[in-house]
Design a protein around this ligand. Structure first.
Ligand SMILES: *Cc1c(COP(=O)(O)O)cnc(C)c1O
Length: 395
C-alpha cells in the first residue's frame, strides 16, 4: 500500500513514506480531505466498524486520510510504530501529559524548557495532583537521583531551549527502564534527521511541528510518535480533549516534510558556520551550539546526533541598548519568536519570551540582557555571516 521500508535513507523516506501511490485520478499528491465526517452505506458497516472488523474513518475529530499520510510519514522518519497529530506543539505536550500522568504520579522535567510547557506543568499538572521535580539537563546522575517510587515520566527537550543542552538519551533510558519510567523527548530542535530518540530507547518523541518539520513558518502543529499501545491512549485522549489539526494544516505539514532532509542539511551547515564565526568575534562573549567543542554537551551531542540544527544562542559583550541596536540592525532575519523555517529569525529572549519575568528570575535562568537567539534559515551562509558582521558593528 504505502511505500514502507525502514532501510531506505531519510531523504527518500521524507519524500515517499506514508504516501499512497494509488490516488484518485492517479494524482501524485495526497488530497486535502476537507470533510467533517465520513458516511456508512448501511448499519452493517457501522457495526463492522464498531466491532473492529473494518479499518476506516468515522468522524473528523478522530482522524482523516490527510492526517494518516502525515502520521505514517513521521512514523517511518522517527522509526516508531505509530504517530498522532495535534493542533500545536503545546497541544501535543498537554494532551500527552493528561493522557499518561495519573493523579498521584511523579514527573521529572529539565530546567531549560519551553516556557509554556513549564507553565502548563506549574499551573495545571500540579493542580491535577501530579508531583514534579525539576533537574538540570546534562546529568544522568541528577535524573537517577530524582526518581522516586511513583515516578511515571521523564520529560525533556533535547536539545533544549535556549541553551541547546543535549540529554544523554541512552544513559537516561537505561536508568529509566530499571524503574518503569517513560522517557519522553521533545525533539523539536533536533528533528529525526539529526537524532532519533526512539532508536536510543526513548519511549515517546514529541515535536512542535510548527518548527523544522513543517519548515516554512506557515502553520502550527504538534506530533507524538511511539509504540502503538501508548499512542492509542493519547489518541483517545485527543478525541476527548479535541485539540486537532485541520486537514489543510495537515496537508501543509505533509508538503513541508518532503523537504525535511535537504532543509536540515542547510540548517545544520548554517548553524555550524554561524556558531564558529560568532565564537571568534571579539564582541561576542559566549556562544552555545552543540557543534562547538566549547559546548558543555559537545561530546554527548557528537555521539548521539548527526547534526546540530540551525539555532545558535549567544551573548554579546554589551548592555540591553547595545543588544537592541544589534538586533535592529540585522537585515536578513526577521525579529520574531519561533525557529525552524526557511527564513532566519532572531530574537532577544529578554524582550521576547522572557519579557514578563522579574529580572531576578531571568538571571537565575541565565537570561541576560544581551543574550540573542539566532535561528538560521536556509539562506546562503556568507550572506548570513555578512549580515551579522555589519550588525555587530553597531554594538
Ligand atoms: C515551539 C515549541 C513548543 C511549542 O510548540 P507550538 O507548536 O508553538 O505550540 C514546544 N517545545 C519546543 C521545544 C518548542 O520550540
Amino acid at each position: 500500500m504505502s511505500n514502507q521500508s525502514s532501510k531506505r535513507g531519510e531523504a527518500t523516506s521524507a519524500v515517499h513514506a506514508g504516501e499512497l501511490r494509488q490516488q484518485e485520478a492517479n494524482a501524485i499528491t495526497t488530497p486535502i480531505y476537507q470533510t467533517s465526517t465520513f458516511w456508512f452505506e448501511n448499519s452493517q458497516q457501522v457495526i463492522d466498524y464498531q466491532e473492529g472488523r473494518t479499518d476506516r474513518e468515522e468522524y473528523g475529530r478522530y482522524g482523516n486520510p490527510t492526517w494518516r499520510a502525515v502520521e505514517r510519514k513521521l512514523s517511518e522518519l522517527e522509526g516508531g510504530e505509530e504517530s498522532v497529530l495535534f493542533a500545536s506543539g503545546m497541544c501535543a505536550a498537554t494532551t500527552t501529559f493528561m493522557a499518561l500522568l495519573p493523579v498521584g504520579s511523579h514527573l521529572i522535567v529539565t530546567s531549560d524548557c519551553y516556557r509554556r510547557t513549564r507553565q502548563f506543568i506549574d499551573q495545571f499538572l500540579k493542580r491535577m495532583g501530579v508531583e514534579v521535580t525539576v533537574i538540570e539537563p546534562g546529568s544522568t546522575q541528577a535524573f537517577a537521583d530524582a526518581i522516586v517510587p511513583n515516578t511515571t515520566m521523564f520529560f525533556t527537550e533535547s536539545p533544549t531551549n535556549p541553551y541547546l543542552r543535549v540529554v544523554d538519551v541512552p544513559a537516561c533510558v537505561e536508568v529509566a527502564n530499571k524503574h518503569g519510567v517513560k522517557v519522553v523527548i521533545d525533539s523539536t530542535f533536533a528533528t529525526p534527521v539529526n537524532h532519533r530518540p526512539l532508536q536510543d530507547g526513548a519511549h515517546l518523541v514529541l515535536h512542535s511541528a510548527t518548527k523544522y518539520l513543517s519548515g516554512h513558518n506557515d502553520l502550527l502543529a504538534g506530533t507524538l510518535t511511539g509504540d502503538s499501545h501508548v499512542i492509542d491512549v493519547v489518541r483517545k485522549a485527543l478525541g476527548v480533549l479535541g485539540g486537532i489539526i485541520d486537514s489543510h494544516g495537515a496537508w501543509l505539514l505533509l508538503r513541508g516534510l518532503k523537504t525535511l532532509a535537504i532543509r536540515m542539511r542547510s540548517h545544520n551547515a548554517n548553524g555550524q558556520a554561524v556558531a564558529e564565526y560568532l565564537e571568534k568575534h571579539p564582541k561576542v562573549r559566549k556562544v552555545w551550539y552543540p557543534g562547538l567543542a566549547s559546548h558543555p554537551d559537545h561530546e554527548v551531542a557528537t555521539r548521539q546526533m548527526l547534526g546540530f540544527g540551525g539555532v545558535v544562542t549567544f551573548e554579546i559583550e554589551t548592555d540591553l541598548d547595545g543588544a537592541i541596536r544589534f538586533v535592529d540592525a540585522t537585515r536578513i532575519p526577521y525579529q520574531a519568536p519561533s525557529l525552524g523555517g526557511v527564513e532566519s529569525l532572531i530574537e532577544l529572549p529578554v524582550t521576547m519570551s522572557f519579557w514578563d519575568y522579574p529580572k531576578k528570575e531571568r538571571q537565575k535562568l541565565g537570561i541576560t540582557d544581551s543574550l540573542v537567539r539566532f535561528a538560521c534559515g536556509i539562506e546562503d551562509q556568507n550572506d548570513l555571516i555578512a549580515d551579522l558582521e555589519q550588525a555587530l558593528d553597531n554594538v
